[in-house]
Design a protein around this ligand. Structure first.
Ligand code: THU
Length: 161
C-alpha cells in the first residue's frame, strides 16, 4: 500500500487585516445576498467576482421548486461574468451567506459543483482565482481552488490511457 498526503493552506483574516480590495469584494458579495431567491431554504448566498479589467460581477443563489433546476450564487456570478466578459480573466471570488439570524460566523465553502466550475474557469484563463470566504468571525482566503479541490478532474484525463 502506498499513501500520499494532500495539504491545503487557507489564511484567516480579521476584517481589519483584510486588504481593501478583498473588503470591497466581500462587501459586494454581502450586497449580492439581497438578490437571492431562496424561498425554499431561506439561506441567502451572495457571490462577487473581480475581473482582470476591474469589473465586479455579482451573483446570488436562485432556487426553483424543481430543486435541481436552481443554481448556487458562485456559479450564477461566474457564468454571468463569463457570458458578459468572455475575454476577461477572473482574479478573485468572494462568497457571503446569511440566514434569518444574519451573516454566518463561519464562512461557507463553495459546493463541489461550484468548485468544479471554478476549476474550469482557472484553466480557461490560465489564472488562479483568489477565493475569499466571508464569516463574521473571520474571512478565509485561499489562493486557488486547488486548496479546496485538490484532486481536479480536467481535460487532461480525456486523452490519457
Ligand atoms: N448555496 C449556494 O448558493 N452556494 C453554496 O456554496 C452552497 C449552497 C445555495 C444553494 C441553495 O439555494 C441554498 O444555498 C441552500 O443549499
Amino acid at each position: 500500500m502506498k499513501e500520499y498526503t494532500i495539504q491545503s493552506t487557507v489564511c484567516v483574516y480579521s476584517w481589519d487585516e483584510l486588504a481593501e480590495e478583498d473588503q470591497i469584494l466581500v462587501q459586494a458579495a454581502k450586497d449580492a445576498t439581497n438578490g437571492s431567491y431562496a424561498p425554499y431554504s431561506s439561506f441567502y448566498v451572495g457571490a462577487a467576482v473581480r475581473l482582470g479589467n476591474g469589473t465586479i460581477v455579482m451573483g446570488s443563489n436562485q432556487e426553483n421548486v424543481a430543486f435541481p433546476s436552481g443554481l448556487c450564487a458562485e456559479r450564477t456570478a461566474l457564468f454571468a461574468a463569463n457570458a458578459q466578459y468572455p475575454d476577461q480573466p477572473v482574479l478573485a471570488l468572494a462568497v457571503a451567506a446569511r440566514n434569518k439570524d444574519g451573516f454566518l460566523s463561519q464562512p461557507i465553502p463553495p459546493c463541489g459543483g461550484c468548485c468544479q466550475v471554478i476549476s474550469e474557469v482557472e484553466r480557461r484563463f490560465h489564472q488562479p482565482i483568489r477565493i475569499v470566504l466571508y464569516g463574521t468571525d473571520g474571512t478565509h482566503v485561499a489562493h486557488s481552488i486547488a486548496a479546496l479541490l485538490p484532486l481536479q478532474f480536467s481535460d487532461k484525463f480525456l486523452t490519457v490511457s
